[in-house]
Design a protein around this ligand. Structure first.
Ligand code: ATP
Length: 325
């Protein structure tokens, strides 16, 4: 028989009811979290958008036998795979991913409290199979909600209405992939171009073409907040069908410029949140990937070696020592 966990919010429905189309097993009882009273070991890969967290986590997962729990609040939903930068299946190298493209945005927005509950049942599920849980994604509010000993859903630690606690309910190994903001913002602007080449525009066109979309005036929730959707909203409202129009091109360029700006803004905010967590006493191990990024952008010889030397190798060392503790 299944034990269904109920959301601690009296107002909200049990997770299973909130996310009826969710696939994975999320009903492990809390009690199994703490076998022998020992905290479970998890690796948390942090970093701003675009810094190579996914790539690093696949390398670590293949080396240490890991499974990934996605902590990007936009990538938890089905859809907009290019726009939200989900790691494509062929790059996952067989590593199991949890909470990646599993939820239906229409079922409502995933709260940090719900992420905490989902995570606390997925983690013991992974460790019961003798695998290492790796939490990977840029949403620091989700990471925070998952790992702190006591979580207060009413307060937001990043807007000042709450304090970041250093009391954690897991034995965490935090890896922070950092890239100097100047280099990262140049890379991110370039990446938007790559994403458009990969079909981001077509993906958004389809998203805006959904039934009822044109009448939809309610504030966007869930996937509707992904960078790319609000920026292209005006464009698709104005140009729902492909007709030739001289001002169309400038509206497109305007949307692309906004996406670039907002992506850099996001990166800056994410870095600020990471710095705050570190300041609160979280033992974040920082890896500087700046040189590797410069090498990639200039297509320099030996760029993958730079990444390996400066990011992968130190990370492997840290995780190895952590697991031997
Ligand atoms: P906040 O409290 O501001 O929501 P957070 O830490 O919970 O912060 P972030 O991951 O920093 O969440 O995301 C903030 C916003 O950035 C999202 O609401 C979304 O607009 C945008 N965003 C984040 N991740 C992505 C993504 N993968 N693709 C597109 N947009 C994203």
């Amino acid at each position: 028989s299944h034990s269904h966990k109920v959301s601690v919010f009296s107002a909200s429905k049990p997770l299973r009811q909130r996310w009826p189309r969710m696939g994975s097993a999320t009903s492990t009882p809390i009690a199994t979290d703490r076998r022998n009273g020992k905290k479970e070991k998890i690796v948390v890969v942090m970093g701003a958008t675009g810094t190579g967290k996914s790539k690093l986590s696949i390398d670590l997962a293949t080396r240490f036998g890991g499974e990934i729990i996605n902590s990007d609040k936009m990538q938890v939903y089905k859809g907009l795979d290019i726009t939200t930068n989900k790691i494509p299946p062929h790059e996952r190298r067989g590593v199991p991913h949890h909470l990646l493209g599993e939820l239906d945005s229409e079922d409502g927005e995933l709260t940090p409290e719900e992420f905490r509950q989902l995570g606390e049942s997925i983690i013991p599920d992974i460790t019961s199979r003798k695998k290492l849980p790796l939490i990977v994604g840029g949403s620091n509010s989700l990471v925070h909600a998952l790992v702190v000993e006591k979580f207060d859903p009413e307060s937001n630690v990043f807007d000042g209405s709450g304090l970041v606690s250093s009391e954690l309910r897991y034995n965490c190994c935090f890896l922070w992939v950092d890239v100097s903001f100047m280099v990262l913002s140049e890379y991110l602007s370039k990446r938007v171009g790559d994403m458009l080449d990969m079909g981001m525009f077509e993906e958004l066109a389809e998203f805006f073409d959904r039934p009822g979309e044109s009448e939809n005036t309610s504030p966007r929730t869930g996937l509707g907040k992904a960078i790319g959707v609000p920026e292209f909203e005006r464009y698709f409202k104005r140009y729902p069908s492909p007709v030739a129009d001289p001002v169309r091109k400038s509206a497109y360029e305007e949307a692309v410029r906004k996406i670039k700006d907002n992506t850099c803004q996001l990166a800056k905010q994410q870095i600020g949140k990471i710095v705050k967590l570190r300041g609160a006493g979280w033992d974040l191990r920082r890896m500087d990937a700046t040189e590797a990024f410069i090498a990639v952008m200039t297509s320099a010889e030996g760029r993958s070696e730079i990444w390996e030397k400066q990011v992968l190798e130190p990370s492997v060392k840290i995780v190895k020592a952590f697991l031997e503790e």
